[in-house]
Design a protein around this ligand. Structure first.
Ligand SMILES: *Cc1c(COP(=O)(O)O)cnc(C)c1O
Length: 292
């Protein structure tokens, strides 16, 4: 990848139209808000979700931030970069053994101090001069930041706003920022047991104009199938749209599949949030994807 130290550039978040015969047949327009383009590593929604956490740390005169994630975590590396830009120290608590992943190397390069802990470790606050940011930035500050994703564009003409879901924080922000006539559609990247309402309960606090689909997790978080990988490669060939296999690949697969089943009415205009995460594709064996 190119220069990892360049600043985040929000003006690169263009709208990318997908003129696709499979959608045109159904009378559907789909456009992608390319938040993945704002930075090669710190892409997408994490930058937005962190904004108010950083402000909070500065206001409370904290030395830095402590947060959590796995060895390929988009959140960890984004936090490392954002703290560096804000002049804050940061510590990353990583569950599991120390793996020299490209993600952790980047996080370190941005100045994050990493601490490796056992899988079931419960973090107790030991550093009063650090602000603890939950995984995924999941709280009101994260939701408020995510709501600003829609600020830079004219969203009024869209009937649907679609996004991937991990913790659901981004989606809660999108519901908060959307108009009541728009449906915000979330595709869960996690396999959740039937009757689990965690995502729903978080999002419904911001409004009721949403729907969550649980059918496109491909076996669970960070799991994948050949069908998913083929879809992602094909999407890139057709539209030069790179996706990541953890979140946005599943999102786009789900949307095309739902479209083929008639979920969207004719005349629907769908805005898809490309939330980034492409750095995580570095965990795949070389050659899996035709792009990177
Ligand atoms: C973290 C992440 C998400 C999930 O965001 P939540 O707010 O936790 O639901 C979606 N897409 C990408 C690319 C991410 O990195």
């Amino acid at each position: 990848m190119e220069d990892h130290n360049q600043p985040v550039d929000l003006s690169k978040a263009i709208i990318h139209p997908l003129p696709d015969e499979r959608l045109q047949k159904q009378g559907i327009t789909m456009e992608v808000l390319r938040l993945d383009r704002i930075h090669p590593v710190v892409s997408g929604n994490k930058w937005f979700k962190l904004k108010y956490h950083l402000q909070e740390a500065i206001q409370q005169h904290k030395k830095g931030i402590i947060t959590f994630g796995g060895a390929w975590s988009n959140h960890l590396v984004a936090t490392a970069f954002a703290c560096q830009q804000a002049g804050l120290a940061c510590m990353g608590i990583v569950r599991g053994e120390e793996l020299p992943t490209a993600t952790l190397q980047d996080a370190r390069r941005y100045g994050m101090q990493l601490q490796f802990v056992p899988h079931h470790y419960q973090y107790e606050q030991e550093h009063a001069d650090y602000l603890v940011v939950p995984m995924g930035g999941q709280n009101n500050l994260g939701v408020a930041g995510a709501a600003e994703i829609l600020q830079s564009i004219d969203r009024s003409s869209y009937t649907h706003i679609a996004c991937a879901m991990g913790t659901g924080t981004m989606m809660a922000g999108l519901v908060k920022a959307s108009d009541p006539h728009q449906q915000v559609l979330g595709i869960s990247s996690l396999k959740l047991p039937a009757g689990n309402n965690t995502l729903h309960d978080l999002v419904v606090q911001q409004g009721t104009n949403f729907n969550i689909c649980y059918d496109y997790h491909f076996g669970g978080y960070a799991r994948k199938t050949n069908e998913l990988i083929s879809f992602m490669n094909d999407l890139y060939t057709r539209h030069q749209l790179p996706t990541d296999f953890v979140y946005t690949g599943k999102l786009l697969f789900g949307l095309f599949h739902m479209a083929s089943k008639g979920y969207f009415g004719g005349g629907s205009r769908i805005l898809v949030i490309h939330s980034g995460g492409l750095q995580g594709n570095r965990s795949l064996p070389p050659g899996t994807l035709t792009f990177l």
